[in-house]
Write a protein that binds this ligand. Structure first.
Ligand code: HSE
Length: 438
């Protein structure tokens, strides 16, 4: 029996899906155990999309070069109500009421839904999972986290015998590309960002890439699958890379580390401590070796120990490959939908509440005794110092870094406040604080 697929939105990602479905028709038939046929595409610009991806124009809804929004809405409704379509791929994007209504509608009409939409799943995943179960249909979202890396399938299947202790990863390729350029070529943040945009890694509006929002969407999804934590996206602490300076990158280098935008979630007792943060990753950790736009995920399980996956987190065919894997999975097993993601009693806490080693860069007046003042304040907060860097002297200022033994972020903040209150004028600006990932 044929398995009939429609694609809503045929830009970069939808086009990759269509290309693979057309190119791999025979192999996909064998893998799915039934013929997988792409039967309809709805896109606002059918002519442009067909030419860009080399897809037959006849597969697209509508006759002209463009669909009006009203025509597009009517065509989407036509797909949802077509009883011959088994699965709908949503590659439109957005997380507002319109796309939520469309994706819910797919499931309510008794069709499987596959989406790469991390923002939608981070904000409305619980609702979509519930709708899928209610209607006995599958919800595939392998492409939503690190695109081509099969982390979702690993968490849903391969690691179900595990008690996951921690997940750390590089979930945003644009940020990693920018930080790699700052590290290896000494570029400033602004220059590296312009470079990433010129190469097509960063969006024209790269806000979510560099402010940690995109990585935060992915971490929210991972928390649900790995730890049974249903948390609001807004409650996952996030900090982007837009404040990272060339000076910090150089100090990180000096202590055999490299700055990466890391998604980290760690289980301790009844809590999962999590955040998206720029961190210094020590060179002994494999994540430090992941350069350019590449993504990576490191999972540590109580029984399995360390697992690591490295791959492409963006791109037309790379993301398309993950979506097609969901299509094949649902063509094979869709009549027996998965149980709901398990819910646990674990609770979310900010990563700053966990004791971690920290790296603090201080810019100070270049006067005798200042290193002692800073080190004494840190000691007063019961923080053990691991190392103190050399001082960089510039005009009348000095800059140096202190690496601590594990402590909480609140201890670090209290030490800084102590210096600011008791030695006014000695610190020039806020010290730059990064957790260290060993
Ligand atoms: N823009 C993302 C990245 C890919 O740079 O990794 C899509 O989430």
């Amino acid at each position: 029996m044929q398995f009939r697929v429609a694609i809503l939105g045929c830009g970069t990602v939808g086009g990759g899906v269509a290309r693979i479905l057309l190119d791999q028709q025979v192999a996909l038939h064998e893998r799915a155990g039934r013929e997988v046929e792409l039967v309809r595409i709805v896109d606002l610009f059918p002519k442009q999309s067909a030419e860009r991806h080399g897809i037959p124009r006849a597969l697209y809804a509508g006759k002209g070069d463009e669909l009006s929004p009203e025509q597009a809405d009517a065509e989407v409704l036509g797909v949802l109500e077509d009883p011959d379509i088994d699965l709908v791929v949503e590659t439109i994007g957005g997380s507002g009421p319109s796309i939520l209504g469309t994706t819910r509608g797919v499931l309510e009409q008794g069709k499987h839904l596959v989406t790469a939409n991390k923002a939608l799943l981070a904000k409305h995943g619980e609702e979509l999972h519930a709708a899928a179960r209610e209607h006995g249909k599958g919800l595939g979202f392998e492409a939503a986290v690190c695109a081509a890396i099969p982390i979702i399938r690993s968490l849903e299947d391969g690691l179900t015998g595990e008690e996951i202790l921690s997940i750390s990863g590089i979930f945003n390729g644009t940020s990693n590309y920018i930080l790699s350029k700052m590290d290896t070529e000494g570029q400033s943040f602004g220059d590296a960002l312009r470079d990433a945009q010129a190469k097509g890694y960063a969006e024209a509006d790269p806000t979510l890439d560099i402010n940690g929002g995109d990585a935060g969407h992915k971490l929210t999804i991972v928390l649900r699958l790995a730890f049974g934590l249903e948390v609001a996206f807004e409650d996952v602490p996030r900090q982007g890379i837009d404040t990272v300076t060339a000076g910090e990158v150089a100090f990180a280098e000096e202590m055999q580390g490299v700055i990466k935008l890391i998604c980290h979630a760690q289980r301790e007792g009844d809590f999962v401590y999590a955040a998206v943060r720029p961190m210094i990753v020590k060179r002994t950790n494999l994540l430090s070796k992941i350069d350019g736009a590449t993504n990576a995920v490191r999972v540590i399980g109580r029984y399995a120990g360390e697992n690591m996956m490295i791959g492409q987190g963006a791109g037309s065919l790379e993301t398309g490959s993950a979506i097609v894997s969901d299509i094949v999975f649902l063509a094979r097993y869709g009549d027996h939908p998965r149980p709901a993601p398990p819910k646990s009693e674990l609770r979310l806490r900010p990563l700053g509440d966990l004791k971690l080693p920290y790296h603090i860069v201080f810019e100070t007046a270049d006067v005798p005794g200042i290193t002692g003042i800073v080190a004494t304040a840190i000691g007063h907060q019961d923080i053990n110092i691991d190392s103190v860097s050399h001082n960089r002297h510039e005009n009348d200022n000095a800059e140096f870094a202190i690496a601590t033994m594990p402590c909480t972020r609140a201890q670090v903040d209290a030490a800084v406040l102590d210096i600011q209150n008791n030695h006014p004028g000695s610190l020039l600006g806020e010290p730059r604080v990064l957790p260290i990932l060993i």
